[in-house]
Design a protein around this ligand. Structure first.
Ligand code: COA
Length: 149
């Protein structure tokens, strides 16, 4: 039985779970410290969804919502389900909970991005009902500083 809740702050269990889960999403970003995780959970734009089963925390998802002149933007970020718990619908449950919450808060669309190489994620999102948008996604990165400067 999987239960999905919104974390109101960091806890030792959640912090420990993130040390395990974040490396399953990103090799370049280290897991958050307790304080960083607490800030993520408590940030007014964020709803931090946590999926748990009888074994403990098995997945997380961050829903980010913020007002813009044309409405309320809702983004799903950092969806991670523990390797040992995949293929049982946890990812779907997390996304459905986030979508329902976003709509209940006034959003009428929910956005996310996923690299094509993330095959399981792309299949899941499409199965849930996300549709690819015709748009260009740009990123501007902070230039590297020369060593010693
Ligand atoms: C992408 C990810 C979140 C999916 O999580 P998940 O919990 O395995 O997702 P679901 O179980 O809801 O769906 C995955 C598959 O299980 C199947 N499934 C769902 N419920 C099921 C059930 N009760 N029994 C068996 N299979 C089931 C789904 O049909 C789906 O099959 P598909 O791969 O053929 O589409 C997970 O693979 C993950 O964390 N990957 C690494 C990080 C990542 O890429 N995150 C996304 C960043 S954009």
């Amino acid at each position: 039985m999987v239960d999905v809740t919104i974390a109101s702050g960091a806890s030792e269990d959640l912090h420990a779970a993130m040390q395990r889960l974040v490396p399953q999403l990103s090799s370049s970003n280290p897991p958050p410290s307790f304080g960083e995780l607490d800030r993520v959970c408590r940030h007014e734009a964020n709803s931090f969804f946590v999926a748990s089963d009888e074994t403990g925390i098995v997945g997380v998802l961050t829903l980010v919502m913020f007002p813009i002149p044309t409405g309320i933007r809702a983004w799903i970020e950092d969806v991670i389900v523990d390797d040992a718990a995949r293929g049982k619908g946890v990812g779907r449950l997390l996304n459905e909970a986030a979508i329902e919450h976003a709509f209940s808060q006034g959003a009428v669309t929910v956005d996310l991005t996923s690299r094509p190489s993330r095959e399981a994620a792309n299949r899941l999102y499409q199965r849930i009902g996300f549709e690819a948008r015709e748009t260009n996604v740009y990123r501007y990165s902070k230039p590297e500083q020369p060593a010693g400067s």
